[in-house]
Design a binder for this molecule. Sequence first.
Ligand code: 3PG
Length: 210
Amino acid sequence: RTTELDSICLKAEVIPVLMIRRVEDAVPLARALVEGGLSVLEITLRTDCALEAIKRIKAALPQASIGAGTVLTPAQYRQAEQVGVDFVVTPGTTEALYRYGVGSAVPMLPGIATVSELMIGWQYGYRRFKFFPAEASGGTKALKAFAGPIAEARFCPTGGIGLHNAEEYLALKNVMCVGGSWLTPQSLVEAEDWEAIRSLAREAATRFHH
Ligand code: 3PG
């Protein structure tokens, strides 16, 4: 699991978090991000068309790694598996999700915000986590503190991250990548300004490469 997640996260230091409201936007939006240099995407299951969007993106952009985000239940995890996602991301994590994730062929990046939550995931064998909501939960200070008791855990922080602070997170030893919605502003998506989104992706890919 850890190896699979590492190989996905090593492809990009920045993972765009997408909320797709119109299914027709899915492929052009994802293509703009991938062409801009960001080939690992998290599609949140916060909209009705999210699963259909994932299916279309997987078919159109087989070279990209596509994760389902905002997975709250094992039932949603299963739906994500059925549309062929490469990984699953959760905002916080229940015991039911951990149990399901351990038995799944699709790796999960479990969301945690505290040391206690981290310890629960650790017990289930998880070593890679999403730290969410990062800025609201102590940001880089919290991540530095996590490295004390659980030094081997690695994180993808999201929540309040943008061009202004991504570098501070990526400088930490226990941060493998960062995620966020700043690469897909709703106004640009509504205007179908894929060129502007490609530029945002390129800017992030150039500034934060490995
Ligand atoms: C997520 O689920 O990761 C967040 O919604 C992304 O947070 P952001 O919108 O603050 O980037």
